[in-house]
Design a protein around this ligand. Sequence first.
Ligand SMILES: [Zn+2]
Length: 286
Amino acid sequence: MEAILADPSVRVIEVRRGRVAGDAAGLAFASTVAAGVEAAYLGRDDNGVSYVADLGTGANAATDPGRAMDDPQGPPSGISVRDAGWQLAPRDAGLATEAIALAGWHATHRFCPRCGAPTVLAVAGWERHCIQDGSAHYPRTDPAVIMAIVDDDDRLLLGHAVAWPAGQFSVPAGFVEPGESLEAAVRREVAEETSIMVGEVTYQGSQPWPFPASLMLGFRGRALTTTPTPDGVEMTEAMFVTRGELTALVEDGAVRLPRPTSIAHHLISEWYGGEWPDTRWVPGPS
Ligand SMILES: [Zn+2]
């Protein structure tokens, strides 16, 4: 890291409060990391330019205050990958995602889970070591499943979660539990949230989702039953829609679908057969 940071071509990405410096046109790179600030190596491009994340001092890198209006630190600066990542070029989106994921892990793993002693950054930001027992700890990624559930009439299952703004709908999603296969997680989450039973499950693709530490694994699932019942706890509405019904609901403004950043958007578009008629989106759930 010393050699990398001494190279004048190094590009430093500052992460603060879950955001990275820059705007939708591109990341803003610094050339140095201040003394005493934790930093992580992100990689090197085809031109030999190295990229490093400036992780701040931990607490200030931890969380994205999002849209909290009463944040005592004032409005956050920089770009939110969650909101605007889809506007970034692929290289910048990848760098920002990696930097935010690492910053979030470092900020929340400052003490050893074995003995409670402080940990220190090691291996260019890809480990933390306990100062008491020397144990090594590695960045975590939590698997979550997200799924387009389609019935025999080619209708798509959409749900409205209790925490979302009125009219916001998406496909079901949830965390994989300990000891569970991905296929079982898909079937359990859909059954819990909507009471729909799912048969065949097919992998579609994945997306890192560092808010704070998820890997979203996308699936298509075949519905074995056709009458959804929302659980009333996580989901308050659930429905199967045809393409024509969804088109009308979106055009009427009765239904809003996920922002283009998310794999949910891609799963729905794939079932729909292209972009739906209204691609406007509002801040809200993924
Ligand atoms: Zn320890």
